[in-house]
Design a protein around this ligand. Structure first.
Ligand SMILES: [Zn+2]
Ligand SMILES: [Zn+2]
Length: 338
């Protein structure tokens, strides 16, 4: 079969390899669509702390079951032909997080497509208990967006009971757009999406969000004007950029909540004095729980996949796909269709 493999630093290519053998407790999936994530870019650049070459990447995907090998004595709940995606988290089951209802932040969390072979391939074998059925009216491309949508849904869940009368989302990449979409599912109407990239902002605008180009407009002033000078009730940091970290506390109102959905790969300066003075709640957010995933599957049919997916490529276009992802202009989510 064909697969897209991380062969070494800055060496991602389409290779010919054996189809994976389906072990007991696993299903073999004919992968139909798989998206490139920022994490895959970090792997390709040799900057991921855990990924080791050679590796078939890909943790955002959808496909259909072509074979099931059940665990002896255990009847599978899924059938051949089912349309599925995977909850790609591999957890230890015995650390503090795993035994306290938060397995998604397992002390040794691993992911399909990062710590073991994933779905940038014609076939993938996935543990049966990680497969999630996708309704037939959700097409495969939207199915590949369920994973990043779950990231957005989880970020909104992490705001817990914070008032949601208005929200600012920093960053209009896939996670920013999907977080804003997750907010709209919660009936938050007053949402501002900020970025410096016009093509990404155009996508946010197409999705119905108010946009601010913070390279051209003073975001602080726009948010102040929109909130009677108070600042944002809720702020989602989805940019992962140093400038966003520096700016975010100043955008939040007193007793406001900031949720970190973007991953900052370096320690960035944060205005902690403003955090004190306004008693801002700063919340970390990582991946998603099973219930967030279920919610993402339920909302997938409403996703504007055609806006979020900027490029749909074939499995032989690995080099091109990863090249596209390096240039945010005109690029949002790149999906391989098999
Ligand atoms: Zn991802
Ligand atoms: Zn654990």
């Amino acid at each position: 079969m064909k697969a897209i493999s991380y062969q070494g630093v800055n060496d991602v290519r389409t290779i010919e390899t054996d189809e994976p053998a389906c072990r007991p407790g696993h299903a073999k999936i004919r992968v139909r669509a798989a998206g490139i994530c920022g994490t895959d870019m970090a792997i390709a650049a040799g900057k991921h702390p855990r990924a080791r070459a050679p590796l078939i990447m890909g943790h955002e995907f959808s496909g259909e079951i072509v074979q099931i090998v059940p665990e002896p004595g255990k009847a599978p709940e899924l059938s051949v032909g089912d349309r599925v995606t995977a909850y790609p988290l591999l957890t230890c089951g015995h650390c503090f997080a795993c035994t306290n209802g938060a397995a998604h932040v397992c002390r040794t969390l691993k992911l399909i497509g990062i710590d073991c072979d994933g779905a940038f391939a014609e076939y993938a074998c996935v543990p049966l208990d990680l497969l999630v059925k996708v309704p037939g009216h959700v097409d495969y491309a939207a199915g590949a967006l369920i994973e990043p949508l779950a990231v957005g849904i989880h970020a909104v869940e992490m705001a817990k009971d914070a008032p949601m009368d208005n929200a600012v989302v920093l960053g209009a990449g896939p996670i920013g757009l999907l977080t804003a979409f997750a907010l709209s599912l919660k009936n938050v109407r007053d949402i501002i999406v900020a970025d410096i990239n016009p093509s990404r902002l155009a996508r946010a605008g197409q999705m119905g969000f108010r946009t601010v180009n913070s390279a051209e407009q003073d975001l602080n002033a726009v948010v102040a004007e929109n909130t009677n000078g108070e600042g944002a009730a809720l702020l989602f940091e989805c940019a992962g950029a140093e400038s966003a970290a520096a700016q975010m506390c100043g955008l939040a109102r007193s007793r406001g909540t900031i949720v970190m959905a973007g991953v900052h790969k370096d320690p960035h300066a944060v205005d902690l004095r403003t955090l004190n003075f306004r008693e801002i709640t700063l919340v970390g957010s990582r991946v998603y729980t099973r219930s967030d995933y279920k919610a993402a599957v339920g909302a997938a049919a409403q996703l504007p996949a055609d806006i979020i997916i900027s490029h749909s490529l074939g499995i032989e276009d690995a080099v091109q796909g990863f090249e596209f992802m390096k240039h945010p202009d005109g690029v949002c989510k790149v999906v391989f269709s098999m």
